[in-house]
Design a protein around this ligand. Structure first.
Ligand SMILES: Cc1ncc(COP(=O)(O)O)c(C=O)c1O
Length: 418
């Protein structure tokens, strides 16, 4: 079927939640994808951080084939061979004690919020004085379900679905005074993305995370860290919080965990986990044998790639910085490892650059209107970075002068109307 035919059918049959690019992908291999016309693309987005090992990794393929031939699903009412082993590996690399498996990032985040409330209730059984407020961050993103939306600090996602979960206040990222002002004994959880992903690749500062850790520790609240985008090797360490040398109470992961199959996890301390009991939380699909077997394989490979991610990530960032010296339209370069971004001077420019790269067969993503986001597979090499950086250089040369002229024109129009 042609891309036009699929698009026509989807326009008629799907709930309209996405504006897709007019490309029909049919296969992938390593860092490349091919569309239905046979055109090859360099994948610098990895399905939004999911395909961390690229496409059709032979070891992942082998595990899927083997496990699909044995057992795919049994529910959480019975044991299978892989959940405990996967939990063992995840707790070992995270420094936490226990795991709960689910199917997606937002589901992991929902469970984390429930765990924080359950913990607060257990520790503070006195109804009226119970800790229940949640502090989350402005500009954050935690997913699309109601609890996740309620803690997502962006009006555009929240407003259409209000009223949301009560008791959530938003703190400005890296504003120590704002955090101190809003934190009190009624807070049960402080929620942080170690590096805000959808919000434009904005890392939490060391001082901010340390303050969040101190305040929560002192009052018996929990520090809940969303590593759904930044975790599992993306920044060159197993978890981005490990760059800061602290241990949260709850960590959520998902995206790359099962190398493309849906799987998420909540990782937590023994103390927090003990407030749960059978029946309080659950999932039909989460942590099935196929996804867990694949995730074990993913973690074996991820471990071996951490150094590579740090090295190629450093090189990528240095090349983006060099580009910033050349093009004033790049306002800032941010990121760690293979979670990088270039903030441009206008949304129009960012849109034009992302479109041009796509036409040239390079997949990147624009987030927060003005930010070019790069989440390539961990297996990219320096030559792939060079290809992307030189395409960006050319695209900026083509578009930046026009964009500057356009925004100057718009400024004049605004003044004319004022
Ligand atoms: C930091 C973060 N948290 C949560 C989510 C939601 O994950 P999912 O789309 O798997 O529900 C995302 C997705 O982009 C994310 O980046």
């Amino acid at each position: 079927m042609s891309v036009a035919a699929v698009a026509r059918l989807e326009a008629k049959l799907l709930v309209p939640t996405y504006e897709r690019q007019p490309i029909l992908f049919v296969r992938g291999r390593g860092v490349h994808l091919w569309d239905s016309r046979g055109k090859r693309y360099l994948d610098f987005l990895s399905g939004i951080g999911v395909n961390a090992l690229g496409h059709r990794h032979p070891a992942i393929q082998a595990v899927i084939k083997r496990q699909a031939g044995r057992l795919i699903h049994i529910s959480n009412l019975f044991f299978h061979e892989y959940q405990a082993e996967l939990a063992r590996r995840l707790t070992q690399i995270s420094g936490l004690d226990r795991a709960f498996f689910c199917n997606s990032g937002t589901e992991a985040w929902e469970g984390a919020l429930k765990l924080a409330r359950a913990y607060a209730r257990t520790k503070n059984p006195n109804g009226r004085k119970a800790k229940w407020r949640i502090l989350a961050l402005e500009n954050s993103f935690h997913g699309r379900t109601f609890g996740a939306l309620a803690t997502t600090g962006q009006k555009k996602y929240r407003a259409p679905f209000a009223p949301l979960l009560p008791g959530v206040s938003f703190v400005k990222l890296n504003d120590l005074d704002d955090l101190k002002r809003k934190f009190d004994a009624s807070v049960c959880a402080v929620c942080v993305e170690t590096i805000q992903g959808e919000g434009g690749i904005r890392p939490a500062s060391r001082e901010f995370l340390e303050l969040a850790r101190r305040l929560t520790q002192r009052s018996g609240a929990l520090l809940v860290v969303d590593e759904i985008q930044s975790g599992l090797g993306r920044t060159g360490r197993h978890f981005a919080y490990q760059h800061y040398g602290l241990r949260p109470d709850i960590v959520t992961v998902a995206k790359p965990l099962a190398a493309g199959l849906p799987l998420g996890a909540i990782l937590t301390t023994e103390r927090a986990a003990r407030c749960m009991r059978p029946g309080l939380h659950g999932t039909t699909f989460g942590g099935g044998p196929l996804a867990c077997a694949v995730a074990i394989e993913f973690l074996k490979i991820e471990e071996r790639l951490l150094l590579h991610v740090r090295e190629v990530g450093r090189y990528f960032k240095s090349q983006l910085e060099a580009l910033r010296q050349k093009h004033s339209a790049i306002l800032e370069v941010r990121g760690l490892g293979l979670m990088q971004a270039a903030e441009l001077s206008s949304a129009d420019l960012a849109k034009a650059i992302a479109r041009q790269l796509l036409e040239e067969g390079i997949i990147i993503n624009r987030t927060h209107d003005t930010v070019l986001r790069f989440l390539p597979p961990y297996v990219i090499e320096k030559k792939h970075v060079d290809q992307v950086v030189s395409a960006l250089d050319a695209a900026l040369r083509d578009h930046a002068p026009k964009a500057v002229k356009r925004s100057a024109l718009r400024r004049r129009e605004v003044h004319a109307h004022a």
